[in-house]
Design a protein around this ligand. Structure first.
Ligand code: F6P
Length: 568
């Protein structure tokens, strides 16, 4: 008999469908009472501790999930990824972000060629160039040191680097090496983002890095042309060569744009945009800001998890366990969302980055073979650092919808504060919440408990918490560059595990294309209406009405306006 195409046709999937009905009869209050069970649900690797005992799962559930992984050929798929096979079949590409952080002597093949030497030749170039800028041996057109950097890019060419930058900004070692320097990110095509990013900057001391895998992304290219104009207007067109550099896979378009390809940092089509933070996309701007040695630690942290993911058995493999538990929550419990709740302000841009990695990867409607999925894949990711989230959306998580939560805690704060006479340190105060929230979700509060506390009867329904709400906790030893790399790789691989088991292609993103092509049609219409007075045509009633209103209300804009840059 031919093997089934869809994972939902397998015996393991059907078995879990039946098993979840049994698990629904249990309560986390009871499951948590079994210390042996809890002990078996703690896994540690390289200082990172995962506790998944607050999942609505038993050891039997986990065994059944491993069977599902077997049916999905998870290990084979992981091996195929590391072996450089073209697992991104709709784009006919290998998926080798692990090669970006492999050690210099590693061998990772793509299309019959070891890609590691190329990776390291770009890393060496980044090290050299960033040291020249930081030391002042590469200066701007007027001879001034380039102390500020604006990185232009969007999506994967922005969110990962922003996450890492935000996390490093308060790390003591990174602070020392960034002293006197600024790194900003211009992503949105909204001119307000341009205004915000150039405010307070002097073109004479600014280096602009255009980051785009394709070098065709409309938002990035318009922002690049805008900042090229900002530099030329202040320093003359010849200054662009000293003040603009690029990161791309498309060096031909980089040169066409007017950037010397010698000042461009390459990466490769086997690096997906949302998996590119460890390529020059992140490493170059971050090295300019923090120095290469700090960024190298970040790469090492990611590499440590890469090796763990590749070699650890499923029961000890943190990304595998996380991925399977997500599948359990999404596909069997039917929970559509996941909250990412780092108890560290330094991780405030982690959830926005994971939103893209997860939702662009796994938000798919067909299997990798193009068969319509009879189940929902992907989940809605959102999150905020604790404790801010507690004062925002936790009400819904505690008493409204069930949202599986990832609690991420850090043992040692980057910036400890102790106040004499306070009961606990500021970090202990933060961590008290990290430890308390998962139990509040798991145990809840019963009407009986409330009666005992003399709560007035009419308030009892309002103050009752059903509990039985799943979460997991990840505890990191600290939050230095190495740990940040670990955290990134854990989530990247977890998301790959989910996609491998669902049987989808987690490495393409056709879903973003339709919006792009419709925007092209609107752009053409706006140009024709503004320059030739052409009426709005070819749109439905709603869009035509809105477009007409927009054009009429801005009819005073000349057809060919002079260059105008923000002045704030
Ligand atoms: O780096 P580029 O080519 O400018 O693309 C930016 C982003 O656009 C997308 O293609 C769609 O959002 C992402 O996958 C990618 O990270």
């Amino acid at each position: 008999m031919a093997s089934p195409t869809l994972i939902s046709d397998t015996g393991a999937w059907k078995d879990l469908k039946g098993h979840v009905e049994e698990i629904k009869k249990t309560h986390l209050r009871d499951l948590m009472a079994d210390a042996e069970r809890c002990k078996s649900m703690m896994v540690e690797f390289d200082g990172v501790l995962l506790d998944y005992s607050r999942q609505r799962a038993t050891n039997e559930t986990v065994d059944k999930l491993f069977k599902l992984a077997e049916e999905a050929k998870l290990k084979e798929k992981i091996n195929r990824m590391y072996n450089g096979e073209h697992i991104n079949s709709t784009e006919n590409r290998s998926v080798l972000h692990v090669a970006l952080r492999a050690s210099r002597d590693a061998v990772i093949q793509s299309d019959g060629k070891n890609v590691v030497p190329e990776v390291w030749s770009v890393l060496d170039k980044i090290k050299d160039f960033s040291e020249r800028v930081r030391s002042g041996s590469w200066v701007g057109a007027t001879g001034k040191v380039l102390k500020d950097v604006v990185a232009i890019g969007i999506g994967g060419s922005f969110l990962g680097p922003l996450f890492v930058h935000t996390a490093l900004q308060t790390d003591p070692e990174a602070i020392k090496s960034a002293r006197g320097r600024q790194l900003r990110f211009l992503a949105n095509v909204d001119p307000i983002d341009v205004a915000r990013n150039i405010t307070g900057l002097n073109p004479e001391t600014t280096l602009v890095v255009v980051v785009s895998k394709t070098f065709t992304t409309a938002e990035t290219m318009l922002n690049a042309r805008t900042l090229r104009e900002w530099i030329s207007a202040a320093l003359g067109p010849s200054a662009v060569a000293k003040h603009m550099v690029a990161v791309s896979t498309n060096l031909t378009l980089v040169e066409k744009f007017g950037i010397d390809p010698n000042n461009a940092f390459a990466f490769w089509d086997w690096v997906g945009g949302r998996y590119s933070v460890c390529s020059a996309v992140g490493v170059f701007p971050l090295s300019l800001q923090y120095g290469f040695s700090v960024v190298e630690q970040f790469l090492k942290g990611a590499s440590s998890i890469d090796q763990h993911f590749y070699s650890a058995p499923h029961e000890k493999n943190i990304p595998v366990l996380l991925g399977l538990l997500s599948i359990w929550n999404v596909s069997f419990f039917g929970h559509p969302a996941r909250a990412i709740l780092p108890y560290s302000q330094a991780l405030e841009k982690f959830a926005p980055h994971i939103q893209q990695v997860s939702m662009e990867s796994n938000g798919k409607g067909v299997s990798i073979d193009g068969v319509l999925l009879p189940f929902e894949a992907g989940e809605i990711d959102f999150g905020e650092p604790g404790t801010n989230g507690q004062h925002s959306f936790y009400q819904l998580i505690h008493q409204g919808r069930v949202i599986p939560c990832d609690f991420i805690g850090v043992v040692k704060s980057q910036q400890p504060v102790y106040l004499k006479g306070e009961v606990v340190s500021n970090h202990d105060e933060l961590m008290s919440n990290f430890f308390a929230q998962p139990d509040a979700l798991a145990y809840g509060k019963t009407p009986e408990q409330l009666h005992k506390e003399n709560v007035p009867p009419h308030l009892i329904p309002h103050k009752t918490f059903s509990g039985n709400r799943p979460s997991l906790s990840l505890l990191l030893p600290s939050l230095n560059a190495y740990n940040i790399g670990q955290l990134l790789a854990i989530y990247e691989h977890r998301i790959a595990v989910e996609g491998f088991v669902w049987g989808i292609n987690s490495f393409d993103q056709w879903g973003v294309e339709l919006g792009k092509s419709l925007a092209t049609q609107v752009r053409k219409q706006l140009h024709a209406s503004r320059t030739k007075g052409e009426p709005v045509e070819g749109f439905n009633f709603s869009t035509a009405t809105l477009l007409t209103r927009y054009l009429e209300a801005t009819a005073d804009i000349p057809a060919d306006p002079p260059t105008l840059l923000p002045r704030i």
